[in-house]
Design a protein around this ligand. Sequence first.
Ligand SMILES: [Zn+2]
Length: 489
Amino acid sequence: MRSCSGIPLFLFVSLFFACQPVKEKTESINPKLLENAFTKYKAPEIDNRRYGYEIIAPLIAKRKDVFETTVLGKSVEGRPINTLTYGEGEKKVLLWSQMHGNESTATMALFDLFNFLEGSADDGFEFIRSAIHKNLLLRFIPMLNPDGAERFVRRNAQQIDLNRDAVRQSTPEGIILKRARDDFEPEFGFNLHDQNRYYNVEGTALPATISFLAPAYNEAREVNAVRSKAMKVIVGMDQLLQQVVPGQVGKYDDSFEPRAFGDNIQKWGTSTILIESGAYPGDREKQYIRQLNFMILLNALYEIATESYNQYTEEAYHDIPENDSKLMDLLIKNVETKAGDYSYLTDIGIKISELFLDSLILMKGNIADWGDLSVYYGHEEIEAKGMELEKGKIWPEVIPFEKLDRARGMDLLKEGYLAVETDKIHKGKVHQLPILVFTEGNTPNLESTLDGSPLFYLKTNGIRKMAIINGHVIPLDSSDNLFFWGIIE
Ligand SMILES: [Zn+2]
């Protein structure tokens, strides 16, 4: 049943009849208990989402003998793809993560889960562990695409999207996954991915922090017993999430994709559940979303072990709202701007991509859309009614990098200079100045254009209120230390 938690009481009364009743009795686990389990068993060796096979290799090697570890085969570049087996039960469950190399959130949660499954019997969680151990036979494939993970890119070393290789079988990784499924013939399968930051829950400004799908197994999107079971397990996970991140769960479109693993594994008779980790405010490294993955996976395994997922209905699955893709990183609404002499109001939608430099994440903004964006939402929004866009200037002289500090940068910014040139030898260096820094030959374009860099001021009554540098908002009338990394261009 879809819970109405998260809705204020006065609304709840009027919405009472619109929502399905909250089931009193549930076998799912108290979220607080799952949070405590995560805190106790989180794998400290992984603390950000960019890691390669060499980080997980020792974590696989150190498993206690409750796990049986096997190398299933090797990636294109020769990295091992492992499987870990746990439990003595009859119900078989296969979980695989990171077939897309830059989708690493669930892999972290799997290592947390391994620690949990090796935990001591007196930790207060033994009822979960023993139910799983007794009833399930679990098989995990963490990091199916280690070559992609190494470069933190989606595809494998052949540039193939493994999730379009379920049938063609052109990749060693795709062959390994199919063989693992065929040899094991699991009753349940968990297909673990990440989705981009721009998915929201349909009709709301809330990000789809977790999205689910019980993939279709044919074009007609029929529901058979296999798919129905996947739907019910998803309902249990949704109910848990509604208690901790209310309104932040979406359901993927179930169009049949004949080349994808999820759809085919469903077709081959394994009840398959897709979990996609999206965005959560202030969690770029997805460490909280990792915790949510741990919680829902553990809850789902427990509900499969105890068969309590049978209490849920297909209807409740259909009631989960759809995913939409209407989020921007920054949405500036109703700003007055000019095209020549023509003044008009526009919204400006900015998306910020990530550039990775060792352990740093550098952000690069891009004007993704321009015009009436009233159907969009922003992770951050500025209502700019009464404000006008002002083009910035470039400081006319070259300033040696040593002479640039944050105070000087702020002074230039307040005077209308968004960019400054520095000595050529510093190109590529990382800085923390609140201004764009460039070298000879790399003069930035300060015209605000679609697909261009977001570099401009917002003014009220002729006074500059804030600067937008590369998608970062810098207030000019406050002493707040806005802190971001830039790179000298
Ligand atoms: Zn994916």
